[in-house]
Design a binder for this molecule. Structure first.
Ligand code: URA
Length: 227
């Protein structure tokens, strides 16, 4: 339950375990994005903070016409404290540019704000693990607060974790991608693949096909907000 009547000043006084739940009300009451970001820095709504380097909050203009939501920060994002700065981010930048939109015009975030990983025995590698439903649920209020402040024309969910987290488990990325979906989260809501799926697509020709499909989905978003 979101505590009612939470003001921007209250948010930083709320216990770290309860702060996420209070964030959407604080955003609705006028808290600015930096207040929400600072509150998220010490979030303890689930256990992921224990192994992560830091909270990785959304970045971009406020308001923004397009808000993109990925799964969770990866290894590089966890170290840098910014979403989509690694290989998946480079793929995203290229596809956005080809679709007629620059990253700087978009607000980019993740449905989970801490990196979930497990050690690879005998190495220093940190292996990505998909966040659980409980972890996604615990983090969702931060996305709700971002949406409240960013107020995008188009919300784009990248991959199955973000799509299921925000639209429910009936959504299927392969079936529903690239076309407007019914939702009151934003005037236009789209799902598409996660850009890391392109990197995993295997041979060069499969990667090119996956990239072209991703770019075309983003182009449909750009058309929807410029129509
Ligand atoms: N994958 C994501 O979903 N988000 C990031 O920020 C980086 C990789």
């Amino acid at each position: 339950m979101t505590p009612a009547g939470v003001t921007e000043l209250d948010l930083l006084d709320i216990a770290p375990e309860a702060r996420a739940a209070a964030a959407p009300a604080a955003a609705a009451a006028g808290a600015d994005i930096d207040v929400i970001r600072r509150a998220a820095d010490t979030c303890r709504a689930c256990d992921l903070w224990e192994r992560a380097t830091q909270t990785v909050f959304g970045v971009g203009p406020v308001p923004a016409r397009i808000m993109l939501v990925g799964e969770q920060p990866g290894d590089q994002e966890d170290r840098a404290g910014e979403p989509f700065v690694g290989p998946a981010g480079k793929m995203l930048d290229k596809a956005l540019a080809e679709a007629g939109m620059s990253r700087e015009q978009t607000f980019v975030t993740n449905v989970v704000k801490h990196f979930r990983w497990k050690p690879v025995p005998g190495t220093k590698r940190r292996l990505h693990e998909r966040p659980s439903k409980v972890q996604v649920g615990a983090c969702l209020p931060w996305v709700a607060a971002e949406l409240e402040i960013v107020r995008p024309q188009a919300l784009v969910l990248l991959g199955a974790t973000a799509a299921a987290g925000l639209l429910g488990s009936d959504v299927r990325v392969t079936r529903d991608r690239g076309r407007p979906l019914p939702s009151n989260l934003a005037p236009h809501v789209f799902v598409t693949i996660h850009p890391s799926a392109i990197l995993r697509a295997g041979e060069a020709s499969s990667r090119a096909d996956a990239f072209n499909g991703f770019r075309d989905d983003l182009a449909a978003v750009v058309r929807a907000i410029t129509a």
